[in-house]
Design a protein around this ligand. Structure first.
Ligand SMILES: Cc1cc2nc3c(=O)[nH]c(=O)nc-3n(C[C@H](O)[C@H](O)[C@H](O)COP(=O)(O)OP(=O)(O)OC[C@H]3O[C@@H](n4cnc5c(N)ncnc54)[C@H](O)[C@@H]3O)c2cc1C
Length: 651
């Protein structure tokens, strides 16, 4: 049937041929919920060939090049959802494979767990299972062929960056992989590139929210050192806000008086911890509603929540404006979430690989499976060739098996105290298989674990259910050129009323054989962010609503919204979405950030009663990793939890 496009669709370029589905080896991988069905008997990945080989074993298998819906892609989650909904897996076919360790989840935590285990037990045989068609979990690589070469973008994890310094274990792992973030940042990142061209941050004020469509550049960086009045004046004067709102914005960004002069610094911090930032600026500082709307999405990148869902205290720690007059003593305070950015505690070093922390995942795989990736340094990993067919060879000491959803991990004989091993069942290509491991590390999302191990203590399962992850979506857009950005003198845009609430041009990183896209007349990649949430609801309800929204949104909707928004914002500078957008990859992360304690809704409890601590207790031959049980959505947390799980099993 021929698709009938509206006039608007045609003007946006919806009728143009760009890859809209997953393609592998030149042919469509027939995934999608309809093909899969919702029972555990359905397919969860491409089928094995008659000779018994799986797609990842065949030449040409290369998921980083796939376009369309990526991240949590069709085919990766249906079996797990069916398990959650009570479907019983088919009787497994035993594979007669036994391992010293089986790791569930090939994200940074699972890969690190395998790495730490091998360091302790160099001869160990390990199987790593993951439900996705690629390894890395959130650390996802998007690769687009552009301009006669390959351009890279992070489909998930953006960079090495944490509110706290990396632990000795996490830092040690990076160093062992050859990653020195300080040196790499100095030699490879061109932080000043866009600034030197006169380009910077802008806010798009949309007609529906602010009464007028207007892109206003010159937004200064917010942070501990709030900008001077001079620095913000040009920006404020150019906004389409009312005179009252501009005066409020000026006050918020610069002088912001002390609303509670009678309180001590500690008492002020405590009070800030009990109200959201939205309520603080709206009800305490009494800024105009349009100023609140302007800031609504500023916290989404860090917490996957708008300012209604983050405490004023955390926003102080994060460097949001409005606190200068309070004269708060520096340093952390009780009732802060995990992320009192460096402002309070001294953050980690920072470095962005062109594909984000997917490079760390690739470095780990190169160390675990010799021959799977070419090269030997942290610089050459960026363009290293990956041979997926080597990942799961029978003679590997470490085997990495993709498109394999684990549906059970049970102690043989049922008693964790006496079991000699753990039986792990997984679904691949619609069939259930069983393998055996002397030990198991579950480095998958905590919320699925109660379904894999129903025999876990009830208290531990309840704690796992409390760890509701935060959804978000990153899109990678290929552009014919970036002249419109150059004309507007803008490299990143916040659009508080937009479908995508922020987007930015690819940061310039020159590393190994890879060079940043420096010529505005040549193609480049753009990264867009959307955090589906439901402002006003308690955090976890926002997360659940956002997850449901993400899973119900079609690629066509993402594409139309992308074309519409970029056309609307950049159109005045000559951008034509039909002509200028040449590819789109939508990385959905319905199970995105690991949840951090949010004291707006969650009570204070002693450390040993925090859900992540209760959830991560060793259970017989099974230990738990994943950033969820570290209570923080960071790479170093994922690595630390891997190290802890390995220690747990060695105890
Ligand atoms: C969009 C985004 C951006 C981020 N940016 C940053 C950043 O800039 N810096 C930073 O430090 N951190 C960042 N983070 C957080 C960081 O990515 C995570 O903390 C870290 O990568 C988590 O690793 P993990 O292995 O614990 O979990 P994951 O990456 O989620 O890996 C777990 C894996 O287990 C798989 N799995 C789940 N259930 C099963 C099952 N039943 N069977 C088989 N496999 C299963 C999952 O699908 C997944 O592949 C970001 C996260 C997201 C989502």
């Amino acid at each position: 049937m021929t698709r009938r496009w509206t006039d608007e669709d045609r003007a946006l370029g919806m009728d143009r041929p760009i890859p809209r589905r997953d393609f592998l080896n030149g042919g469509a991988v027939a995934l999608g919920a309809a093909a899969i069905g919702l029972s555990l008997g359905g397919a969860t990945g491409a089928e094995a060939a008659a000779d018994g080989t799986w797609p990842q074993d065949r030449p040409g298998y290369y998921p980083p090049r796939l376009q369309g819906l990526r991240g949590s892609h069709p085919g990766s989650f249906e079996a797990a959802h069916a398990l959650r909904d009570g479907a019983a897996p088919a009787r497994p076919t035993p594979l007669k494979e036994t391992y010293d360790l089986i790791v569930v989840g090939a994200g940074l935590s699972g890969l690190s767990a395998a790495w730490f285990w091998r360091r302790k037990h160099p001869d160990a045989r390990i199987l790593i299972l993951d439900n996705h068609d690629d390894f890395g979990g959130h650390a996802k690589r998007n690769e687009v062929e552009l301009d006669g070469g390959v351009r890279l973008m992070n489909g998930g994890t953006l960079m090495i960056d944490s509110p706290f310094p990396y632990s000795a274990e996490a830092d040690g792992l990076l160093k062992a992989l050859g990653v020195d973030p300080v040196a790499l940042s100095k030699t490879c990142e061109d932080h000043a590139f866009y600034r030197d061209r006169g380009m910077g941050q802008a806010i798009f004020f949309d007609k529906e929210t602010f009464g007028q469509d207007k892109l206003v550049g010159g937004l200064p960086d917010l942070g501990e050192d709030l900008p001077s009045l001079e620095a913000v004046s040009a920006f404020i004067d150019a906004t389409p806000l009312s005179e009252t709102a501009r005066a409020d914005l000026r006050r918020l960004l610069t002088v912001s008086p002390d609303p509670w002069p009678e309180l001590s610094s500690d008492a002020k911090k405590d009070r800030l911890s009990r109200i959201s930032y939205r309520d603080y600026i709206r009800d305490v500082l009494k800024v105009d509603a349009s100023v609140v709307a302007m800031f609504q999405t500023f916290t989404q990148g860090e917490w996957a929540e708008g300012i209604d869902g983050v405490s004023a205290l955390d926003c102080w720690g994060f460097g949001m404006p409005g606190f200068r007059g309070l004269n708060l003593a520096p340093g952390p305070a009780p009732r802060m979430s995990f992320t009192p950015r460096g402002y309070c505690q001294g953050s980690s070093y920072r470095f962005h690989f062109p594909d984000g922390n997917a490079s760390i995942a690739r470095l780990l795989v190169r160390a675990l499976v010799p021959g799977a990736l070419t090269g030997s340094t942290a610089q050459d990993i960026v363009t290293a060739k990956a041979d997926y067919a080597r990942l799961d060879r029978p003679d590997n000491a470490v085997r990495l098996r993709l498109s394999s959803t684990v549906v059970a991990a049970r102690h043989a004989g049922g008693d964790p105290a006496t079991a000699s091993h753990v039986e792990v069942d997984y679904i691949r290509g619609g069939k259930t298989f069983s393998v055996a491991g002397a030990k198991v590390i579950l480095a998958c999302y905590n919320m699925i674990i109660p379904y894999l191990c129903p025999e876990l203590p009830a208290e531990q399962k309840a704690a796992m259910h409390e760890l509701v992850k935060e959804p978000l979506v990153y899109a990678t857009v290929a552009l014919r050129d970036w002249t419109a950005f150059d004309r507007l003198k803008v490299s990143s845009v916040r659009a508080p009323g937009g479908y995508w609430t922020s987007f930015n041009l690819d940061p310039i990183v020159n590393i190994g054989d890879y060079a940043g896209a420096k010529d505005p007349t040549r193609p480049t990649l753009l990264r867009l962010t959307r955090t589906p949430c439901a402002p006003g609801l308690p955090e976890h309800d926002q997360n659940r609503a956002g997850r449901a929204e993400l899973l119900a949104t079609s690629f066509e909707t993402f594409e139309r919204e992308t074309r519409r928004e970029l056309g609307r914002i950049l159109g005045p500078a000559g951008f034509d979405p039909a002509r200028d957008i040449t590819a789109l990859i939508v990385n959905r992360w319905p199970h995105g950030y690991a949840p951090e304690r949010n004291y707006l809704w969650e009570p204070e409890v002693p450390e040993d009663q925090l859900p992540q601590v209760v959830a991560r207790q060793r259970f017989g031959r099974i230990a738990i990793a994943n950033s969820d049980c570290g209570g923080g959505a960071y790479t170093d947390v994922a690595i630390d939890m891997a190290h802890r799980a390995v220690q747990d099993l060695s105890a």
